[in-house]
Design a protein around this ligand. Structure first.
Ligand code: FMN
Length: 196
């Protein structure tokens, strides 16, 4: 059996830091080595939205925590094999940098490497409302191979709490990596049984 490949998780400074936290918890809980890279703005949103212990907690769960300025890290090279990368959440700034291959920090460089190596890159882009520049950046990222997966609640699942929404959104993003780990994706939709 081949060893399971590590997954890169990038947190950028959009709202929704709790989703990034949950993505790290779920992957690490499934025994997957998480390579974590957190932007300076995300350090701030983590503190503001989740709490002062959020960053140390996910850093403790990650196999490796890479400083965002370390553009010489393992994950900056295509020779370092991974099972994919999730940017959760993905700010418009980071989206724009990825879309234009402006790899001036490790998070964007690692994302660019995933695209050039034709590996799965999931961008949980979060902003609202969107102007045409945002939409064009999403289109550009999509055209070069990224999966655009905004953290939009699945109301058909009838979430009762914010935690329900975070849980489902994080699991759906992980599912897009197709890691073939039992129980990670969450339950499949079985239909509503309401036949017309
Ligand atoms: C509390 C807070 C919430 C923010 N929410 C968003 C957001 O939802 N989407 C976004 O694109 N930027 C958001 N920003 C702005 C980004 O953090 C800012 O553009 C930053 O430069 C992004 O840098 P990064 O892409 O390197 O993380 C937010 C900033 C703060 C402080």
């Amino acid at each position: 059996m081949t060893a399971r490949r590590p997954v890169v998780v990038g947190l950028s400074g959009a709202s929704g830091a709790a989703i990034g936290v949950r993505v790290v918890e779920l992957l690490a809980g499934a025994g997957i080595a998480v390579h974590l890279v957190v932007s300076t703005a995300a350090e701030r949103t983590l503190r503001h939205e989740v709490g002062p212990d959020a960053l140390p907690r996910i850093a403790g769960l990650a196999a490796v925590v890479h400083p965002v300025a370390d553009i010489g890290a393992t994950i900056a090279s295509g020779s370092f094999r991974t099972g994919g990368m999730i940017v959760a959440p993905c700010s418009i700034r980071t989206l724009s940098a990825i879309a234009s291959s402006a790899a001036d920090n490790l998070l964007v460089r690692a994302a660019d490497v995933h695209l050039k190596e034709r590996r799965r890159l999931v961008l949980m882009v979060r902003e609202t409302p969107l102007h045409l520049g945002h939409i064009r950046a999403m289109a550009q990222a999509c055209e070069i191979g990224a999966v655009i997966a905004p953290p939009v609640p699945a109301f058909y699942r009838r979430p009762r709490t914010v935690e329900d929404i975070v849980e489902h959104t994080a699991r759906r993003a992980i599912d897009l990596l197709d890691l073939q780990v039992d129980g990670l994706a969450g339950p499949e939709w079985a239909g509503d049984g309401d036949r017309p």
